[in-house]
Design a binder for this molecule. Structure first.
Ligand code: RAM
Length: 365
């Protein structure tokens, strides 16, 4: 709670600072448009700070009993960020738990969903390792009156009520390509180190990365491979080494997964490959050392604690009948303010934020 407040205060300070810099026409590293290589196309714009919503005062509602089933419970992105759900439930008298497999595994997730359905929780939040493999179990839960909120990585739309998206998928995908292309001087071979090949979120981002690369300005940037570390630390490390071996001229790696980028950074550091640029989506706390020693110059993310916080409030609003998940439904999510359900039952947390050596020490997640 205290850390969260400090973070919010810091974020507001940063927002004001960045607005001031922008209004004086100076360039800020964190706000710099990443689209230096693309010609004739506006780049996706990163957020000034990774906060969401309108900042309204917390409004208590009737708390509900909600369970979260992340891709796995070991990954810090999920394990540490669950405190956002605890914070939200604490504000309204709700109850939350987080359960799931030790490694990212759709079959393991199904078992937890079935158990939660038998226990009769009121809402399930889920980040899918596979959009379709989880669908039957989630549909069964819904048929028994349980509200299903996917977050982070969506399931098949007819298997959930609402999807809480951390940031626009297109923004995320394009920003990654813009950053790596600029870092390699708009020329050279790049590769992608992803999570599971079935992960909904990474696959959506990769589609936009590929599309971005078709734009004018990227003619000399060549995507040579997409490999999968399955969000397993050792496998992600090994896949990075394999890329370095298979493509001796490799200039850059994009890893749109916190497990992937941190282990790719470790591999590059161990191999002394300062000539290979790395960017992607990472947790500031896992990336700090690599940013400080120069292995990684820039990477992006949103605030995953806020993602959990918002997801709890969506579950609560669904259970209490404040929303049905229809486009245009509105609800209030405590300190994040009010949100409106968009097309396809999706709620958007905010924009991705770019972390650099200049700002990374201001974040603790
Ligand atoms: C990993 C997971 C998660 C993704 C982040 C960026 O922790 O794959 O789903 O959103 O990276």
């Amino acid at each position: 709670m205290k850390n969260q407040r400090v973070f919010t205060r810091l974020a507001i300070t940063l927002l004001l600072l960045f607005s001031a810099i922008a209004s004086f026409g100076a360039s800020s590293h964190a706000l710099a448009q990443a689209a230096d290589c693309a010609t004739g196309a506006a780049g996706a714009s990163p957020e000034a700070s990774p906060t969401g919503g309108g900042g309204a005062s917390p409004v208590a509602g009737a708390g509900v009993n909600m369970a979260f089933v992340p891709k796995d419970i070991v990954n810090n992105y999920f394990a540490n960020s669950f405190k956002g759900a605890q914070e939200a439930a604490g504000e309204t008298g709700g109850q939350v738990q987080q359960v799931g497999p030790d490694t990212p595994d759709a079959a393991g997730q199904v078992q937890f969903i079935q158990t939660l359905t038998q226990q009769g929780v009121q809402a399930i939040g889920v980040s899918a390792n596979d959009p379709n493999a989880l669908a039957p179990a989630l549909k069964d839960a819904r048929s028994k009156g349980i509200k299903v909120v996917s977050y982070d990585s969506d399931v098949a739309p007819d298997a959930r009520d609402v999807f809480v998206n951390q940031a626009n998928s297109e923004d995320i995908g394009r920003i990654e390509v813009q950053i790596i292309s600029r870092l390699i001087g708009c020329e050279g071979e790049i590769a992608i180190l992803s999570a599971a090949s079935t992960a909904t979120n990474q696959n959506a981002w990769i589609d936009f990365m590929k599309d971005e690369l078709t734009k004018p300005g990227y003619e000399k940037v060549k995507l040579v491979d997409v490999v999968y570390g399955d969000d397993k630390p050792q496998l992600s490390y090994d896949k990075t080494i394999e890329l370095l071996t298979a493509y001796p001229d490799l200039k850059g790696i994009i890893s749109p997964t916190t497990v992937g980028i941190s282990n790719a950074a470790a591999a590059l550091e161990a191999e002394g490959r300062t000539d290979v640029m790395l960017t992607g989506l990472g947790l500031p706390n896992e990336m700090r050392q690599y940013v400080k020693n120069g292995t990684v110059k820039e990477f992006a993310l949103w605030n995953p604690i806020d993602l959990y916080y918002l997801t709890y409030y969506v579950g609560q609003a669904l259970v209490n009948g404040d929303i049905t998940g229809a486009e245009g439904d509105t609800f209030t999510a405590g300190r994040l303010g009010s949100y409106t359900i968009g097309a396809n039952g999706t709620v958007l947390l905010g924009k991705p934020f770019i972390f650099t050596a200049d700002n990374i020490d201001q974040f603790d997640f």
